[in-house]
Every structure is written in C-alpha cells, then in structure tokens.
Write a protein that binds this ligand. Structure first.
Ligand code: MG
Length: 163
C-alpha cells in the first residue's frame, strides 16, 4: 500500500448567531430563535467539512472557490458548495474514506437532528451514511459558543486516491 495515496484534511468554521435568520446546519433547518449570519446559508458544519475535503486534496480553502464577495453564492445552500467540492475531489481522483465532525453549540439541542444531517451530507457527497459521522457538544457555557454568540464546527476528512 502506498501511504501517499491516503490524505487527511481538517476544517474549522464559525458563524455568528443573529435574530431573523434560519439556523441551517448540515442542510437541516433546525428550529431556534436565532440563526447563523453569513453570505450563504452560513452552514458552519458544511463549511468546515468542505475545508477538510479541500485540505485533504491539497487544494486550499473554501474562501478561494466561493468568496463571500461573489453575488452567485449569496443565500446559496451550502449543500451545493459541498457537491462542487466533491466534484473537484473526484476529478482529482480521490474518494472519501470517512469524515468526522463536531458542532459546537450551547443551544439548541442538536442530537435529534444529527441523523438527518448525516443523510443530507451523504447524499450531497454520494457516499454511504456510515462514512459520515457528526457529533455535537456544548462548551459548558464557556466562550463565544457558550454565550450563544456563535456556532463553531470542526471536521476531518480522509481521502484515498484511486490508482
Ligand atoms: Mg463559513
């Protein structure tokens, strides 16, 4: 086995919680009194995952491909960005082995929505749901996430190059 064909990447993203926006995470509209602010739908989980995938393929970061100054990406579903990143991934000869992620949010409770998020990501990425893992944690009310000022997400992705 040639280990250079196995590539890991990590991603991190934060969006601010504001009133008057929908809370979209993993393509799921989660009922909450606030939502994430941003140029797109501000889906921090998907943005972190896109950066993990781009990192693993050595292709920079999401801001280079989908800049928040570009009107084409205004209000766009981040699932479409994920699909585009996966298209690039396969074009470069990579397949996804697995991805893991953590959403950091004090509120709302995300565990009832994680299965639907997994399904959304697996569909957008054209992989099996058991290749996707999503976890959620609070920060025991510490820091910006604990004060409910924003939501953060971390992701890692493992890619294998077809040879
Ligand atoms: Mg973002």
């Amino acid at each position: 086995m040639n280990l250079s064909n196995i590539r890991i990447g990590n991603g991190y993203d934060v969006h601010r919680l504001v009133e008057g926006r929908k809370l979209i995470l993993g393509g799921v509209e989660v009922p909450h009194s606030m939502g994430l602010d941003g140029h797109s739908d501000a889906d921090a989980l998907i943005h972190a995952l896109c950066d993990a995938l781009l990192g693993a393929m050595g292709a920079g970061d999401i801001g280079a491909y989908f800049p928040d100054t570009d009107p084409r990406w205004k209000g766009i579903s981040s699932l479409l960005l994920l699909k585009e990143v996966m298209r690039m991934c396969r074009e470069k000869g990579f397949e996804v082995a697995n991805t893991d992620s953590v959403i950091v949010a004090q509120k709302p409770k995300l565990s009832p929505h994680l299965e639907e998020m997994k399904k959304n990501l697996a569909t957008a990425m054209d992989v099996e749901t058991d290749q996707i893992n999503i976890k959620a944690t609070t920060t025991e009310k510490l820091g910006f996430a604990g004060r409910e000022e924003g939501i953060a997400a971390y992701a890692v992705a493992l890619l294998v190059k077809n040879v």
